[in-house]
Design a protein. Structure first.
Length: 467
DNA sequence: TTGGGG
């Protein structure tokens, strides 16, 4: 038998994972189903690296990690979905403390990635530079696809959080849909993710007199998203911002394509300016879930039911109904979310919403009237979907405050609206506040005919602050 | 070389 022939034979031989694990320091060929994709990052050396996890029939539950190194992100595997199939040629089995893992050596290893779905084509959607496909590969790919139909690799973790249950703290798992990805600064990314549920409201810590110089932001990104981008977002359920700003590593977040369902592992949640923020760490991992993942289907179905229902657009924690702190006319008009308001296709429109008032400008009721004596106040409103500024002017203010009450009455009303605890020690401005859910009527209009959408404003009308 | 598991 010639050397050429025997090399050729070796290249066709795929080891079962369990057998490969006994071949430490040897070059082997593997074929497996991808269950987890680590975030790509810059290695401590000169390369980019990422880790994926694969399973096969011999090792269906725990799987084995494969470590890739490459000169740039483009050369790393770009896995489209967990459940896809990867063929690994001449990779090295490595023993490490308690476990065994696989090293993809860029000098002699190669890979090819195929769709995992049964019936899809046998052409890989990504191949590494040294990969040579052979006709007989098909048999192995078809075999694995068939196996995954009966044995769906467990991709979605059972301990994952829903946005409605997030808490400040460490190392959570979140299953969500990626809505938008943008690089805000060099190497600093912001992800916009969603699962159809409402993140819980949080206490507001700013002082009233800070609002002029240091207003509560409407969003965490320094450049607000364009209306075009917002219009593609679902209008029910929190859009969570996620950032890697605390992380020194260069993460391969460009791999996260909008529209994908993803499971993030080892992420933190923080509150910034009263807004929830997901924090990616260098040890964070993500795995793409197939579109028909059970958890993803459940989220979509729950969202659809909620979006279609007459009253379920109000926030989850607004139960059973908004507080009686405010009252509105038009009681029969269903509530919409602030994302509905922001993405409404016409400039001039009227809405009824359930919101929290997180700040007012001016900060003190004594300044709510302009020198001419009419009301003019800017409120910062939020619901689980967005924050907006809404103004109260003139006769809408008379309706809102029920005329021109005494300053003491105004302070009481203001405190009730902003969720300030009534305490005697005059330090109420120091305490965090928890604004109640209140209903309000909003109208939108533009103030510049030459820039209709850019000059859109929101006003409160037909709303009374009962207190 | 680099990273890898809980």
């Amino acid at each position: 038998m010639s050397n050429l022939k025997s090399d050729d034979d070796d290249d066709y031989k795929f080891l079962r994972i369990i057998d490969a694990m006994a071949s430490i320091n040897q070059k082997v060929n593997l074929i497996g189903v991808i269950t987890e994709i680590g975030i790509s990052k810059q290695s401590r050396g000169t390369d980019c690296c990422c880790t994926i996890k694969i399973v096969d029939e011999s090792n269906a539950s725990s799987g084995i990690s494969v470590n890739f190194f490459a000169e740039n992100f483009e050369k790393l595997p770009h896995v489209e979905s967990a459940g896809d199939i990867i063929q690994l040629v001449r990779v090295v089995m490595k023993s490490h403390r308690s476990g065994v893992n696989v090293l993809f050596d860029k000098k002699f290893s190669s890979f090819a990635i195929y769709e995992g779905r049964e019936g899809s084509k046998f052409t890989p959607y990504q191949v590494s530079s040294k990969f040579h496909g052979r006709d007989r590969d098909k048999k192995f790919i078809a075999g694995l696809r068939k196996w995954t139909v009966s044995h769906r690799p467990e991709t979605a973790s059972s301990d994952s959080l829903s946005l409605k249950d997030i808490k400040q703290g460490n190392q959570s798992t979140l299953i969500c849909k990626v809505l938008h990805v943008c690089e805000v600064k060099d190497g600093e990314w912001m992800l916009f993710v969603w699962d159809g549920t409402d993140a819980p409201p949080v206490n507001i810590h700013t002082k009233f007199d800070e609002e002029f110089d240091n207003p509560l932001p409407l969003q965490l990104e320094s450049i607000p998203l364009s209306r075009n981008v917002l219009c593609k977002f679902p209008t029910v359920g929190t859009v969570l911002r996620m950032t890697n700003s605390n992380c020194n590593e260069k993460l391969g977040l460009h791999l996260l394509k909008p529209g994908k369902w993803v499971q993030f592992k080892n992420i933190n949640f923080e509150v910034r300016y009263g807004l929830w923020c997901g924090i990616l760490l260098s040890k964070s991992k993500f795995s793409f879930l197939p579109d028909d993942d059970d958890h993803a289907i459940h989220c979509r179905r729950t969202y659809e039911e909620r979006a279609e229902s007459k009253w379920d657009r109000k926030p989850f924690t607004c139960l059973p109904w908004p507080s009686k702190v405010t009252d509105t006319d038009h009681q029969d008009v269903p509530f919409v979310t602030l994302m509905d308001v922001l993405t409404y296709p016409e400039v001039i429109a009227k809405f009824r919403c359930v919101v929290r008032v997180v700040a007012t400008l001016p900060g003190h009721p004594r300044d709510f009237k302009a020198p001419c004596g009419t009301y003019r106040i800017r409120l910062t409103l939020e619901d689980p979907t967005a924050r907006i500024h809404a103004y109260i002017y003139a006769e809408d203010g008379v309706k809102f405050f029920e005329g021109y009450p005494s300053i003491d009455t105004m302070i009481k009303k203001h405190n009730a609206l902003l969720g300030v605890e009534e305490i005697d020690d005059a330090d109420s401005d120091e305490k965090p506040r928890n604004p109640p859910w209140v209903e309000c009527c909003l109208c939108s209009y533009n103030i510049d005919e030459t820039d209709v959408w850019g000059s859109i404003r929101y006003r409160i009308f037909d709303t009374t602050l009962v207190g």
